[in-house]
Write a protein that binds this ligand. Structure first.
Ligand SMILES: Cc1ncc(COP(=O)(O)OP(=O)(O)O)c(N)n1
Ligand code: 3NM
Ligand code: MG
Length: 529
């Protein structure tokens, strides 16, 4: 700590001291991972659709660290720009010094550079602290038509900044402004503009044709000084395009920081923007005519309360129905019919265990079951198939000792989803807890024909695991109306209920059997709730 403090205090006087690590600090870094890093030098957008905020989100989404130097603070929303407060040149210089001297970004990406002084201090800083690549997004006019960098800055752009750039990414208006107002209406015009801008000095020029009239696709043209490349993506009908320019440039910067060559970086960045726009095409933020999009592809999950997953409640394990494709086939039922009947009978949790189903059929069935379960407030988990759970946004998964480790599942599914792990020993239960599971399934309590070669641990085995477990437990294996009470009567802490396959699904009436079992559990001498 002392080491860090002394450097923070000395930074203003001698920023280069940041770089001289003590041998101890250097050693501490040996086994650490250095992450790709983009520094964005841009303006703040209070509406957070564009500028610094878009850059941060785009880089985070692409898995790259992003530091920020703020050149202006704008008062901005989905209707337009209401005010701009330009940061003093000296303070932009100080921010640049702080970041570049210590954090050594791989790539610098520029956005709004609203004054000649700011462009000059940036060029000076980059000469002092060279970086792997410089991406210049020549932001001049906001998408709402407001001027963000006046014509007076253009000369400094052309003379000082563009010759240092690895790539410059103008839209049609910006390309035209850089070239003194030429008209750009066709792909051929874009090509010739890219060539002329290249003559100013940047190594690559990407002219973005999003505003090109009469074009079904969004066409961008790259000139690398030798060849032309065209990038096409489908034009997504949405008002939520505010910040696409900033985000594209940041995403290119992010890919370059990861070590991609220029063409792959542009391709990946364009694909990312296209998917994010398509995902966000119907979201509503603000009342203006151009909304932001969802860089992290998460906002749409905020469905109405009825359709949203609720937090895991251990009492959901009380009567846990596990489906079986063979039993459904035997009784001529669809998965959804089985699920509906079990819910009608009073189950408190459902797991789709469809070992034989084709992936596509399984996914479709899972989506349909999820709709039914969300409507009734019953959590729906998927057995084994993390991919299916992710694809249908199920409430969670159940995995066994030979399936994907729960720690990996947790990383893939995130903190909110429910994860259950099959355990037969206290050691399994301890590991499930450490791996971030929410509950354990413990069995086979009794012999079963449903799962081949399943080890029966008996009531004693169940008791041992329950006593050792730090997680709630659901008992499984050969449990039905005739023996459920003996499980409940164990009256051990953590035992919250029973999970059942054949006693519900290998029966003529699923709902009747479910009701009967529910009654047995409720009436059992010791309430485990
Ligand atoms: C609630 C519950 N407990 C245990 C299991 C068994 O899971 P696993 O050991 O992975 O075996 P399969 O079900 O995949 O055959 C379960 N599914 N549910
Ligand atoms: C899927 C499963 N897992 C078990 C375990 O011991 O982990 S026993 C089992 C099958 C449970 O089916 P039934 O209720 O028909 O006996
Ligand atoms: Mg399994």
């Amino acid at each position: 700590m002392g080491f860090h403090c002394s450097h923070v205090f000395s930074a203003h006087h001698n920023p280069k001291n940041f770089l001289s690590l003590s041998p101890v600090a250097a050693m501490q870094r040996e086994d650490k991972v250095r992450v790709p890093h983009v520094l964005t030098v841009a303006g703040s957008d209070s509406g957070a659709g564009a500028g610094i905020q878009a850059d941060l989100k785009a880089c985070a989404s692409r898995g790259v660290y992003c530091s920020t130097v703020i050149t202006a603070v704008t008062a901005q929303n989905t209707a337009g720009v209401q005010g701009v407060n330009i940061v003093a040149d000296e303070f932009v210089a100080e921010q640049l010094n702080s970041v570049l001297s210590d954090m050594r970004p791989d790539v610098v990406k520029t956005g709004m550079l609203p004054s000649i002084g700011i462009v000059k201090v940036l060029c000076q800083s980059l000469k002092e602290f060279p970086v792997g690549a410089l991406i210049v997004d020549p932001v001049m006019v906001s998408t709402s038509g407001d001027v963000l960098a006046g014509p007076s800055v253009l000369d400094t752009f052309r003379q000082d900044l563009l010759p240092m750039a690895d790539i410059v990414t103008p839209n049609l208006k910006e390309a035209s402004a850089l070239l003194g107002g030429v008209s750009l209406e066709t792909v051929a015009d874009m090509r010739s503009a890219a060539k002329s801008i290249h003559d100013i000095g940047p190594r690559n020029v990407l002219v973005k044709g999003g505003d090109l009239p009469d074009s079904l696709d969004a066409i961008d043209v790259l000139f690398d000084g030798k060849d032309f490349f065209e990038f096409r993506s489908s034009r997504i009908k949405t008002p939520n395009t505010h910040g696409t320019g900033c985000s594209l440039a940041s995403s290119i910067a992010a890919e370059l920081a990861k070590g991609s060559p220029m063409i792959s970086a542009i391709k990946v960045a364009k694909r990312y923007i296209e998917s994010a726009l398509s995902y966000s095409k119907d979201i509503i933020i603000g009342n203006g005519c151009q909304g932001p999009f969802d860089h992290l592809l998460k906002l749409k999950n905020n469905e109405p309360r009825l359709h949203r997953q609720r937090p895991f409640d251990p009492t959901d394990l009380f009567l846990y129905a596990v489906t079986d494709s063979r039993m459904n086939l035997k009784w001529g039922r669809s998965i959804t019919d089985g699920v509906k009947a079990a819910i009608e009978g009073g189950v408190t949790m459902i797991q789709l265990r469809e070992k034989e189903a084709d992936t596509r059929d399984f996914l479709e069935a899972a989506k349909a079951c999820l709709e039914i379960c969300r409507f009734h407030g019953v959590p729906l988990l998927i057995n084994d198939r993390i991919d299916v759970a992710l694809a249908c946004d199920a409430d969670g998964v159940h995995v066994g000792q030979c399936d994907m480790p729960a720690s990996v599942v947790r990383t893939l599914l995130g903190p909110e989803k429910i994860i259950g792990v099959s355990c037969k020993t206290p050691e399994h239960a301890q590991q499930a807890y450490l791996d971030g599971a929410d509950y354990i399934g413990c069995g086979g309590v009794f012999p079963t024909n449903t799962k081949e070669n399943n080890l029966t641990i008996g009531l004693d085995g169940l008791k041992t695991v329950c006593l050792a477990s730090k997680l709630p437990v659901v008992a499984i294996g050969g449990i039905g109306i005739s023996n459920a009470h003996s499980v409940m009567d164990l009256s051990v802490p953590n035992l919250k209920g029973v999970a059942v396959v054949s006693a519900l699904f290998d029966r003529e009436s699923i709902s009747t059997e479910t009701q009967k079992l529910h009654r047995v559990l409720t009436e059992s001498t010791t309430s485990i709730r």
